[in-house]
Ligand binder design. Structure first.
Ligand SMILES: [Zn+2]
Length: 129
């Protein structure tokens, strides 16, 4: 089978931010917080699973959980990130920080509210192969 297998794992943290590049009338320009949800999405060709049959052992993502707890949980994201801490930038930042450790990482999902998601997805480089 030539298809791909995809796994996801969900993480949670709470943090504050100010989107100070917005006009002052915008509510997100005021100091506020979110209970963030982050989903790590990892993918592998069906022929490329581990011997146990995994894309990657979910336990391997414990390192990401610890980083999240240490780096962003209960912090002010403007102090942690070099760029405006939007959900989009968070997704991109998390992807770029972790793709080296988890080469199977294909997308990072970030939610600030139950109805909204920002998703960074790596272009599928072997699509045309
Ligand atoms: Zn916000």
């Amino acid at each position: 089978m030539a298809g791909k297998l995809t796994i996801t794992k969900e993480f949670h943290f709470s943090a504050s931010h100010v989107l100070d590049r917005l006009p002052s009338w915008h509510k997100c320009a005021r100091l506020h917080g979110h209970n963030y949800v982050v989903i790590m999405e990892l993918s592998a060709p069906s022929s490329g699973l581990t011997e146990a049959g995994f894309v990657r052992d979910y336990g391997d993502l414990d390192g990401f959980k610890k980083w999240m707890d240490d780096t962003v949980d209960h912090r002010h994201l403007n102090d942690v990130m070099d760029i405006s801490p939007s959900a989009e930038h968070l997704a991109l930042w998390i992807y770029s920080e972790w793709v080296e450790k988890y080469p199977e990482l294909v997308a990072v999902w970030v939610s600030e509210t139950p109805k909204t998601w920002a998703i960074y997805r790596q272009e599928d480089s072997d699509e045309s192969a």
